[in-house]
Design a protein around this ligand. Structure first.
Ligand SMILES: Cc1cc2nc3c(=O)[nH]c(=O)nc-3n(C[C@H](O)[C@H](O)[C@H](O)COP(=O)(O)OP(=O)(O)OC[C@H]3O[C@@H](n4cnc5c(N)ncnc54)[C@H](O)[C@@H]3O)c2cc1C
Length: 287
């Protein structure tokens, strides 16, 4: 199938894109890498009258150090993230998750902003951005606002983005010393989307897990923080029994999806197993 007809704009500045979006609002769609939007348009699930392509806005593509953490422009591709020495040296889990998305073609075009805005429940990056307590900066002609990822992601394919807002930047705060991170996923063999993916970011102090952050994707209708699992492990030594308790807890409170790829029970099982693996790797890297 082909898309329905639309008018195409290719602004070269964020300001121009904001003006276009405020002009056409709900009738317009932003296109970034196009790897989720274009297939959706081809099956006519989306029929925007106006398409605003961010591809020529170079000011939205960067990775830079900022306030002890890093700032990533929304149009930065998965490939740029996975191959960035800044990201690899400071936020290895984010680089690894980017490197596990789909295939080289998708990673060369797909963007961090598109991944977050699309809010696919099986997308990889949301798990890591949640565990890193990332912040999403939204720009509109009315101004800017910043939301933590947990407030930005609302439901399946649903976010807090307003019709006139563009994701401009993703900010990842500084991590304490002795922190290690990991992203482990059980991927769909064809698309590589996460059937379940878990990111753990752990700070060690002596032999104790001082700070634990867990993000889980693929398991339920949206990517979530594994807060009760985090609470089980914080302040404790990572003994086999404490890790088992935390992993068990990670599956609590998730409304597991069941489909042709995995039943609800299997996704619950994968959540426990991959939480344990992500925690173990994060702890060993923190040490
Ligand atoms: C074959 C295939 C396999 C895939 N496998 C995986 C996988 O293993 N893991 C994974 O995580 N993903 C996977 N994906 C999805 C891929 O990661 C997409 O690139 C991503 O979901 C969307 O990014 P994009 O830049 O292509 O966005 P687009 O498709 O251009 O846009 C997606 C949505 O986000 C909106 N949007 C985009 N950018 C912005 C912005 N800056 N501000 C506001 N709204 C915006 C658009 O309006 C649209 O609604 C796969 C896709 C394909 C085609």
């Amino acid at each position: 199938m082909t898309t329905s007809s639309f008018e195409y704009f290719a602004p070269t500045t964020l300001g121009e894109a904001q003006t276009l979006l405020s002009q056409y609002g709900g009738d317009a769609k932003i296109v970034a890498g196009g790897h989720s939007l274009i297939p959706t348009m081809k099956i006519r699930l989306a029929e925007p009258k106006y398409l605003i392509d961010l591809g020529r806005i170079s000011e939205l593509s960067y990775i830079r150090e900022q306030e002890g953490g890093i700032a990533i422009g929304a149009m930065t591709t998965y490939y740029q993230i996975e191959s960035s020495s800044t990201v690899r040296s400071r936020y290895l889990a984010l680089a690894e998750a980017s490197g596990e998305v789909a295939d080289m073609q998708v990673r060369n075009k797909g963007t961090i902003g598109g991944s977050l805005a699309h809010a696919d429940p099986a997308a990889d990056l949301p798990a890591v951005i949640l565990a890193l307590e990332g912040q999403i900066s939204l720009a509109s002609s009315g101004g800017q606002r910043t939301l933590v990822a947990d407030d930005f992601l609302v439901d399946t394919f649903s976010t807090a983005l307003g019709d006139d807002e563009i994701i401009a930047e993703i900010r990842i705060p500084a991590l304490p010393a002795n922190t290690g991170g990991s992203y482990k996923k059980f991927g769909n063999k064809a698309s590589h989307f996460a059937i379940v993916g878990v990111s753990a970011i752990v700070t060690m102090s002596g032999g104790t897990c001082q700070r634990v952050r867990i993000g889980i994707t693929g398991a339920g209708p949206r990517a979530v923080r594994g807060r009760s699992a985090e609470a089980v492990l914080e302040g404790k030594e990572p003994t086999g029994s404490n890790l088992a308790q935390a992993s068990e807890q990670a599956a609590q409170g998730i409304d597991f999806l069941g489909d042709i790829h995995a039943s609800e029970e299997y996704r619950a099982h994968l959540t426990r197993v991959f939480t344990r693996r992500a925690l173990e790797e994060a702890i060993s890297r923190a040490r």
